[in-house]
Write a protein that binds this ligand. Structure first.
Ligand SMILES: Cc1ncc(C[n+]2csc(CCOP(=O)(O)OP(=O)(O)O)c2C)c(N)n1
Ligand SMILES: [Mg+2]
Length: 315
């Protein structure tokens, strides 16, 4: 199932590999097609720019920083069935940083949950694809989010419920570094280790920026790894734009027993577009027509393709 799913995500026909779920192995080595996942990341970045341009509003910075994390999780780690979003045995991902909605919608669309063409309704009145994510309207979304600092608590509740129900599925949480300033995050972290929630795996999009400036300047969260360890978590650190590192860390996190797992992913806010990268101003910012053109060119979409592209949202 995972293999089928990864194939759909990357829009290619590939050979059928062997799926191994023993001892936390998620998918056979030769099924992990890093090049294809990287191309999917590029497609997703284009989708994000299109959506925010079309919708006239959105959060480019924190959406672009999370692309590899989302593509790696949906493409090669999580057990899900896009054609059956409510499959009871599925793994769940809580996107706690709900303003990264455009990235999540694009990855869900490219995974087969809904047509990619629908994405261009982003932020329109009546569209299900609003700037913050709605679990009641978007297939594949597990938890509505946008109010920061709550996702890890929801993850703790889900993992406890799974234990009570005797289910072996995993709960993933995608958080921001800014959320590590929230007291609720640390209450949840303490509860997770107290209740030995080994199936709870958090990823922190460590892009070092928040709305008003650098996380370090607003309120430092360091030493971040030591803090999580002190709260009883296993900690891994990866380059959050390196698909292989992300998948390796996720696999290792899935193999452990009773300790909750966190992966600190070093990322660049706005990754992939030079004038958006590392820019506080582009945390929440629309693309005007000129910026849209410049961004798409940096993402390898030519003027001709771009003209067609406004009607055909896939490459
Ligand atoms: C509880 C709450 N307070 C304030 C906001 C407004 N807000 C939106 S994004 C953001 C912070 C963005 O920085 P970070 O959390 O690090 O996210 P990322 O850098 O990944 O975009 C804030 C404060 C919010 N969404 N929720
Ligand atoms: Mg941040």
């Amino acid at each position: 199932m995972i293999h089928e799913y990864a194939v759909r995500l990357t829009n290619v026909n590939t050979r059928v590999g062997r799926l191994s779920r023993g001892e936390g192995a998620i998918v056979a080595e030769d099924d992990i097609r890093f090049g294809e996942l990287k191309r999917t990341c590029l497609d997703v970045r284009r989708d994000i720019v299109r959506m925010i341009h079309a919708g006239g509003s959105g959060h480019p910075g924190g959406s672009l920083s999370a692309v590899e994390l989302l593509v790696a999780l949906y493409g090669s780690v999580m057990r899900v069935r896009p054609e059956d979003p409510d499959w009871p045995e599925r793994d769940r991902l809580i996107v706690s940083k709900g303003h990264a909605s455009s990235a999540l919608y694009a990855v869900l669309a490219r995974s087969g949950y809904f047509p990619e063409g629908d994405l261009l309704t982003f932020n329109s009145p009546g569209s299900r694809f609003q700037k913050h994510i709605d679990m009641h309207r978007v297939p594949g979304v597990e938890v509505s989010s946008g109010s920061l600092g709550q996702g890890l608590s929801v993850g703790v509740g889900m993992a406890l419920a799974d234990r009570m129900d005797g289910r072996a599925r995993r709960v993933f949480v995608l958080m921001s570094d800014g959320e590590c300033q929230a007291g609720q995050t640390w209450e949840a972290a303490m509860a997770a280790s107290h209740f030995k929630l080994g199936g709870l795996i958090a990823f922190i999009d460590h892009n070092r920026l928040q709305t008003d400036g650098a996380v370090d300047d607003i309120m430092s969260i360091h030493p971040l790894e030591d803090k999580w360890r002190a709260f009883g978590w296993d900690v891994r650190r990866v380059d959050g734009h390196d698909i292989r590192q992300i998948i390796d860390a996720a696999r290792a996190a899935c193999r452990t027993g009773s300790k909750p797992q966190v992966v600190v992913a070093d990322t660049v806010k706005g990754k992939g577009i030079s004038f958006v990268e590392n820019s506080v101003a582009w945390h929440s910012h629309p693309f005007n027509d000129q910026e849209y053109q410049a961004a798409m060119e940096e993402l390898g979409v030519s003027s001709l393709a771009r003209g067609q592209d406004s009607h055909v949202p896939t490459e």
